[in-house]
Design a protein around this ligand. Structure first.
Ligand SMILES: *[C@@H]1O[C@H](CO)[C@@H](O)[C@H](O)[C@H]1NC(C)=O
Ligand SMILES: *[C@@H]1O[C@H](CO)[C@@H](O)[C@H](O)[C@H]1NC(C)=O
Length: 425
């Protein structure tokens, strides 16, 4: 118990002594130490006694936020600072004699490395500023925290937009010193996060850092792996496009007599044109990678144009004079359509007269069945009776039917192929 108390007392004493030594200096000591340190100092010379040696710099990137990744400009904006640490062999003093363990030096008074952003987007400037103060410890270690809004160019691959992941680099290097004069190494951690604010559009999946020795300088490359958050795009872009695509096929549900067909299909076409404008406004103007979404929209436009043209032809056919004879092709179309729809005319039993439907019929309809079978045995073509009952309206309705089925199939096929391709990469 007593020993514990003593230990506590010893600790307290030590702490107060340490506190006293490093706080117990006055302004004149500080000023004279700084003056004597700077009297023989040149901020233009590497602070290393043996100038043949390379000055080793430890560097790490601390990110406060990813502000924006602009797909149109191929640019990433991040806020953060570099933590740079090196040993200045000319700045050291006796800490016990002066009582000072560290001092703060203005950036323009001492040597700082000329670090630049290699893949900078707008400007090419040195880090830091004249108003910066650097921490210098009594053994010569210098801590420098140049804060910056990093605007870096970033090649974006928009093939899978808006389900894309991007890889953006922040590359820093020394502009004038070679590796044999100033060498960069990573500090631990290589990339840190300082009060990091997540981005609303981009999710930071992972990050890594590597050194690049291809040039005579050492390049430090910090890479951020970003993934676009897709909820907004699914709700505001993908779903409306798919729904309008489905609507496209319903042009052929509207009867030709209603007189709405053309207006409807042109509206759908314009809707797709608007969507295409929106999507291409979001994408970079590059021919290197074409977005699947743009291709999908172009296919939808083609489908839409085809349905407009088909509707026009169909309306023309619909309003043909009854005196014009219906060609064999159209007759075949109408017959096939009627069969597939299991459709018959009123009081026309013959339409129900297929081998299958005959067999499936319950016994109550004996008379009909016999009627059917006898007719089939007689091998009389069923269609003969309808020759007179077919008009141009029937032809147009058959076109409606086949076009609807066909476009629906195309629509489902194209949509599923596109989205399976986008999802299965
Ligand atoms: C300045 O540097 C020179 C050469 O290293 C040295 O001879 C001289 O004593 C230094 N002067 C002061 C004031 O430290
Ligand atoms: C630069 O730093 C790297 C990593 O610490 C080291 O492997 C390399 O030898 C250094 N180069 C020079 C010229 O000092």
């Amino acid at each position: 118990m007593i020993s514990l108390g003593l230990q506590c007392l010893g600790l307290l004493l030590f702490a107060s002594v340490a506190l006293a030594t490093h706080l117990n200096y006055d302004i004149s000591t500080y000023r004279t130490t700084m003056t004597s340190l700077l009297s023989n100092y040149s901020s233009k010379v590497r602070p290393i006694v043996n100038q043949g040696q390379s000055l080793q710099l430890q560097l790490s990137l601390w990110i406060a936020g990813i502000n924006e990744v602009s797909t149109t400009d191929s640019m990433m904006t991040t806020t953060g600072y570099l933590y740079v640490r090196w040993k200045d062999e000319l700045l050291n003093w006796d800490s016990t004699a002066t009582g000072m363990f560290w001092m703060q030096f203005n950036q323009k008074d001492i040597w700082v490395p000329d670090i630049v952003l290699k893949n900078g987007f707008t400007d090419f400037k040195m880090m830091g500023g004249d108003f910066y103060y650097l921490y210098v410890y009594n053994d010569g270690w210098v801590d420098w925290y140049p804060y910056k809004v990093f605007e870096t160019s970033c090649e974006l691959d928009v093939t899978y937009y808006p389900f894309d992941s991007q890889k953006c680099d922040i590359i820093v290097k020394s502009w004038s010193y070679s590796r044999w004069e100033v060498n960069f190494t990573f500090n631990d951690p290589q990339i840190g996060f300082y009060e990091f604010v997540p981005n609303h559009v981009w999710h930071l999946e992972s990050y890594d850092a590597e050194t690049d020795y291809t040039n005579s300088q050492t390049d430090l490359k910090f890479t951020l792996h970003l993934k676009r958050k897709t909820k907004y795009f699914i709700a505001n872009l993908i779903l409306p496009i798919i729904l309008v695509g489905v609507l496209n096929t319903f042009v052929f549900m509207i009867p030709a007599d209603a007189g709405e067909k053309m207006g409807f299909s042109v509206t759908i076409f314009l809707t797709f044109a608007v969507f295409l404008t929106i999507v291409s406004g979001e994408l970079p103007k590059t021919s290197d990678s074409i977005s699947i979404l743009s291709i999908y929209l172009i296919i939808e436009l083609i489908i839409s144009i085809s349905s407009i043209m088909l509707s026009a032809v169909q309306l023309r056919i619909h309003h043909r004079k009854p005196t014009i004879e219906i060609g064999e092709c159209f007759r075949f179309l109408v017959r096939a359509g009627r069969r597939l729809r299991c459709e018959g005319r009123k009081n026309d039993k013959s339409m129900k007269c297929f081998p299958n439907s005959c067999l499936n019929k319950p016994r109550i309809h004996e008379i009909e069945v016999i009627d059917c079978e006898s007719r089939m045995k007689m091998n009389r073509p069923v269609e003969d009776e309808q020759e007179e009952e077919m008009d141009w309206g029937d032809v147009s309705s058959a076109i409606d039917f086949f076009a609807f089925i066909f476009l629906l199939c195309v629509q489902v096929f194209v949509t599923s192929v596109m989205f399976i391709y986008a999802a299965a990469r």
